[in-house]
Design a protein around this ligand. Structure first.
Ligand SMILES: [Zn+2]
Length: 352
């Protein structure tokens, strides 16, 4: 009889994303060789760039069961997928620290990793419950849509916040360079206090309707968990967008960072290093932090304005979250009134 293991929503989402090709070249949860290589070198064993370990944790008694075999994976008691276990390994604190750059449980990604069993199994997965693919973002579909729109170049923009003026600045820059802009908000697990999926989507719908050239912008949500792994996650996000058919991807200041764990441009440094050493198959636009300058009286970056130290008004999702959380209206230099109204109208603004 096959062993059965109950999996959580994130593991199930990984299996769905492997099945659609979103996490190419993965065909299942990472085997030891690939896991070790990703941890140590940010590449699969075959030297292809991959920066985040995608692994399946199992209880110790399953891990100890011999020999390797097919595991039936249950979600809510129902068999939804299976894995042909090829090998197994432990994810240690040293591994966690290499991914996140810290071992502090105050880091949401580290805490989540610590809540999992350290025992991992690797091998090819199979999604049994095929209807779970309905509504999933599929590379074949996004590629077809980009083709139908006649876009030869597409810039991907990853976000977990409603659009504010800083992001708008970068998106317009992307549209100066590429035929189309693919806004791709993360709609999987996010930490408490982050904006809800509804708030993010409502804000972008308003932005596309009221301001952007609608034939040059496409938006679709991406269901995957945020890991807040900063530089490694930034490159991981780029790989996913390459798989979805983007030719360009924007990596901004402190991309996928959280709470000051990473330097503002650490993600740029890793992205630059990996794209110099390997062919990522996607061009990375490494953008500086846009801010409002009270002297230039517009949104600028330190590439285009000499008043970073003296006249800068910072704009970020964190600051906007704080404004709205305190019941204040964000200044128009940070967020457009139309966007703010759309956020409030959607009802549930923050994840509780
Ligand atoms: Zn200035």
């Amino acid at each position: 009889m096959n062993l059965q293991v109950e999996i959580n929503e994130e593991a199930l989402q990984d299996i769905i994303n492997i099945e659609t090709g979103l996490l190419y070249p993965l065909d299942g949860f990472m085997r030891t060789r690939d896991f070790r290589s990703v941890i140590e070198h940010c590449t699969m064993a075959n030297r292809e760039v991959f920066t985040i370990p995608v692994t399946l944790d199992v209880p110790k008694e399953v891990y100890d069961a011999e020999p390797c075999q097919t595991l039936e994976l249950l979600f809510g008691g129902e068999a939804v997928a299976s894995i042909d276990v090829e090998d197994k390994y432990e994810m240690t604190d040293a591994d966690i620290e290499k991914v996140f750059g810290t071992l502090e449980d105050a880091h949401p990604g580290v805490r989540k990793e610590h809540e999992r069993s350290p025992y991992r199994v690797g091998g090819k997965t199979k999604l049994l419950k095929r209807e779970l693919l309905d509504g999933a973002l599929k590379p074949e579909e996004t590629k077809r849509i980009f083709r139908e729109k006649g876009w030869k170049t597409v810039v991907g923009f990853q976000t977990r916040n409603p659009v504010h003026k800083a992001h708008e600045h970068i998106q317009r820059l992307g549209l100066e360079v590429c035929d189309g802009l693919f806004i791709n908000p993360i709609t999987g697990w996010k930490k408490k206090g982050d904006f809800t999926e509804e708030a993010v989507i409502a804000a972008y719908e308003a932005m596309i309707k009221e301001f952007y050239p609608s034939d040059k912008v496409y938006m679709a949500g991406l269901k995957t968990q945020m890991r807040y792994a900063g530089p490694r996650e930034a490159v991981f996000h780029a790989i996913i967008r390459r798989n979805l058919g983007c030719t360009h991807f924007i990596i901004g200041r402190d991309h996928a960072g959280v709470g000051g764990y990473y330097g503002a441009y650490d993600a740029h440094a890793l992205a630059r290093k990996l794209s110099e050493e390997h062919d990522l198959g996607i061009e990375l636009l490494l953008t500086r932090e846009p801010y409002y300058c009270t002297k230039c009286k517009q949104i600028v970056t330190d590439n285009t304005c000499g008043h970073y130290e003296t006249n800068r008004v910072e704009i970020s999702g964190t600051i906007i979250r704080k404004y709205i959380g305190d019941g204040r209206i964000p200044d128009e230099i940070m967020m457009r009134q139309e966007i703010f109204d759309a956020i409030l109208k959607c009802g549930k603004v923050f994840i509780e």
